[in-house]
Design a protein around this ligand. Structure first.
Ligand code: NAD
Length: 355
């Protein structure tokens, strides 16, 4: 039986998250930025990366697994390369600063590569691609995840050896079409979706999970509460496995924070590595032709007759836009188990607000 839900006002949820993060020790600016990132993920339909993460973030603060006094350490800053070590600080503010600085390089030189190492959870990667796309830039991002136990089995393996290592590509809007956004975990499903399914009491699609013996299961309960008994499976067999591996190499090795191999610390927190490329499309061709060609390609793909007329072909990024419009009006649905967890965290910190 699934758990009851309520619809929450996005502004109230944002204020609640910011208040709780401040009460936990985050600076006012960081609390506001992280809270806005979480609620934006809820608005875009990615509840796995939304306010439901607050209890985990609070745990990380208590245990010193996020550095509240962090300051960006610039490891390299050339015309087209930016390497930052985030000093264990919050993901959303460090990620936004990196995009801003690398975007300026890409605008000037046509191209820039940037890395971020030792950063707390970056959350929904699409947010950074949206930031770049809003500045007229193409961007490509690879992320790896360390500081906690691996979650995803390699193709042909029976235990977890990788994070859910997301890959993301953003491409700016044309005059008639909004931005393209492909933002995906390289596991069949994101870990947070297992947590949400466990809280809602619903089964997961078959093929997305194996149990502690390496056998297929649809029961998410073994991985609720971030306790791992089993593993997620990689997206598309060897292909997702290969992409997850590429994230370890690009984000973990080039990013400087290390890979998920056991020599890298696992303190029970979440640390991300990021490798990003930013491209100014104007450096690669004539803008009017590129816009017309982008529109023509999108029209062509989306005109494929759908198998089900209620589910037409979409442009990647459309699902997030559609749900954001709906949730901004109707509120963010949240199950009572997650709401209870957030209220418990607030109470423990002496915060008076309740959801
Ligand atoms: P998803 O499967 O919901 O969506 C993947 C992509 O597919 C999106 O770009 C979406 O726009 C597109 N899409 C969805 N349905 C579509 C359709 N019918 N037609 C065309 N395009 C469609 O995403 P996910 O794999 O569950 O990832 C969820 C989030 O988790 C992402 O935002 C990712 O960045 C985040 N994540 C973060 C970390 C981290 O450590 N920071 C780790 C893993 C995942």
């Amino acid at each position: 039986m699934s758990t009851p839900e309520r619809r929450l006002n996005p502004t109230s949820l944002l204020e609640f998250c910011a208040t709780v993060l401040s009460a936990g020790g985050a600076s006012k600016d960081d609390a506001a930025c992280v809270a806005a990132h979480l609620v934006d993920a809820n608005l875009k339909g990615h509840d796995s990366h939304g306010a439901g993460l607050l209890p985990a973030y609070l745990r990380h603060m208590e245990r010193g697994q996020v550095n509240l006094e962090a300051s960006d350490q610039v490891l390299a800053d050339t015309s087209v390369i930016l390497r930052i070590d985030a000093d264990g600080g919050w993901g959303a503010p460090a990620g936004q600063r990196l995009v801003e600085r690398a975007s300026a390089k890409a605008r000037e030189h046509g191209l820039a590569a940037a890395t971020l190492g030792h950063v707390h959870h970056l959350g929904r990667l699409g947010a950074y691609a949206e930031q770049a796309a809003a500045a007229g830039l193409v961007s490509i991002h690879f992320v790896n995840v360390t500081d906690h136990a691996p979650l995803v089995a390699p193709y042909r393996g029976t235990d977890a050896r990788f994070g859910t290592n997301p890959v993301c590509i953003g491409y700016p809007a044309t005059a008639t079409r909004p931005a393209f956004l492909l933002d995906m975990a390289t596991s069949q499903i994101a870990l947070g979706k297992v947590r949400i399914a466990a809280n809602r009491g619903v089964a997961l699609p078959s093929g997305s999970l194996i149990d502690a013996r390496g056998m297929p299961t649809t029961d998410p309960s073994g991985m609720a509460g971030f306790e791992l008994e089993g593993a997620l499976t990689p997206l598309g067999k060897h292909k997702g496995y290969g992409l997850a591996f590429a994230c370890e190499l690009l984000a973990g090795v080039l990013g400087g924070g290390g890979t998920i191999q056991p020599g890298t610390p696992r303190r029970g927190g979440i640390s991300n590595g990021l490798f990003s490329i930013f491209i100014d499309p104007a450096a690669f061709g004539e803008p009017d032709w590129m816009q017309a060609e982008t529109d023509a390609m999108a029209r062509y793909a989306l005109a494929s007759p759908p198998m089900d007329w209620d589910s037409p072909v979409l442009y990647p990024g459309d699902p997030e836009r559609a749900i954001a419009g709906k949730r901004a009006k109707e509120g963010i649905p949240m199950d009572e188990v997650t709401i209870g967890q957030l209220n418990t965290v607030a109470e423990a910190l002496g915060v008076a607000e309740r959801l």
